[in-house]
Structures are given as structure tokens and as C-alpha cells.
Design a protein around this ligand. Sequence first.
Ligand SMILES: C[S@@+](CC[C@H](N)C(=O)[O-])C[C@H]1O[C@@H](n2cnc3c(N)ncnc32)[C@H](O)[C@@H]1O
Length: 230
Amino acid sequence: MDWISFYDFKHSVIYVNGRHRDVHYETIARDIRALVPSPDAIVMDYGCGEATSAALVADACRHLTLVEAAPNVRAALRERYASNAKITVMTPDEAATTAPGTVDMIVLHSVAQYLNPAELAAMMATFRRLLKPNGTFVLGDIVPPQLASVWAALSLLRFGAANGFFWAAVGGLIRILLSDYFTLKKTHGLSHYTEAEMLTTLRAAGFTPARAQHNIGHNQHRMTFLSKPQ
Ligand SMILES: C[S@@+](CC[C@H](N)C(=O)[O-])C[C@H]1O[C@@H](n2cnc3c(N)ncnc32)[C@H](O)[C@@H]1O
């Protein structure tokens, strides 16, 4: 098993219940929507997951492309958004064939930790090619090295308490401890970056980056970077 099949698993342990999943995606969609540069913008959400609130983002831009590597997740997205003319669902290979220099904003949120540095560099090169010269690359949920699991657990409990699923979050944390997550973490690893390391990585990929004050989503111990092509 790799990270993509972990996320493709039909009974994923990632969301503690349906309410957690929906509040999670609504929070992310509202944060992404706030970054859309204009109602005319072409936006790509790469590694979007179940994206149950993507219509909120699509409403604020001209077109939204949802890119997802996991086949079952992608099939569910296609079904969910079949009647929304502003949303297209693509595989990563299909997204890579988008005409160069045509996208206003590309979001990669909570994906970089599952990639090794070479995979992330290859993805950034694709984004650099697809973005308009004044486009924006939004890189969210970058996990710093210190106490990542502890902060993730505490942030989930706080998110649960604020949104009516605290005890489900406690149960979910126990389920995740018993799941493949930690085995996968050992075999495939999770990538962590300090702020300085990620700024260097983004500059090496041809971007002028800045750390955003707010991380997209509920975990403010992680970081979001907003970058322009150099
Ligand atoms: C934690 S989910 C993030 C989903 C969504 N962006 C969010 O923030 O909730 C991680 C996503 O990364 C995707 N992913 C993992 N490895 C990938 C890879 N090598 N290429 C593309 N996507 C990948 C998974 O399919 C999954 O949808």
C-alpha cells in the first residue's frame, strides 16, 4: 500500500465521521475561496481529496479543475460535480497536459507531506509551467518537523470540540493509531519542512515565495506559502 491507495480506501480512517469530513472541506474551501484573485480566475486544486465544498470555490472563479490521483475518490468527485459546468475533474496526467501559462491559481494543500523531495520538485515544475506569469501557487499544510503528530492530534480535538464531534475525534484518533497510517509512515515516510527549508525549495523551483499568516484549514501549527513565478 502507498499513500494514494491509503486515501483511496473506501472506509478511510482520515475523517472521524461525516460531519468531520464536511466541516474539514468547508473550512478549506472557504480559505481557498478567499485567495481566488478574481471572479475570472482559472483555478486548479491539485490533490483535492473528496472536496465536498468545492462548489464554494467554483462560485468565486471562472473555472475550477479538481485533480485527484486516487481513482475511487476521483470517481466520487465526477459523480458529485457532474452537473456543475464550472468544475472539471482530472487525473494528474491529464492536468499536466493543460496549456502552459493558462492557470491563475494552483492549490496544493496537505499533499506535500506524502511526496519525497524529488516528487515535490517535479510537481512544482509542472505548476510553474501551467501558471500564468502573474499566477499564484498556494502550497498549504506544510508540516514542520517538531511534534507534528502531537499538534495534529490536539488540533483535531480542538476542531472537534468547536464543531460538535469531540468524542468522535477521540474515537477517530484511536482508530488511526490502529490503522495502516503509522505503518505507511514508517515504510513511505512523511516529509517535514521548516519555514526556511520550504522557502529555499520554492525559490529553487522558480518561485518568489512568502509565508502566509494563516494556514489553510484548522491546524495553525502547519504553514501555507503563497508564491509567484520568478
Ligand atoms: C490529506 S489528503 C488532502 C486532500 C485535500 N487537499 C485536503 O486538504 O483535505 C492527501 C491527498 O494527496 C493525494 N496524494 C498523495 N500522494 C500523491 C501523489 N504522489 N500525487 C498526487 N496526489 C497524491 C491523495 O490522493 C490525497 O487526496
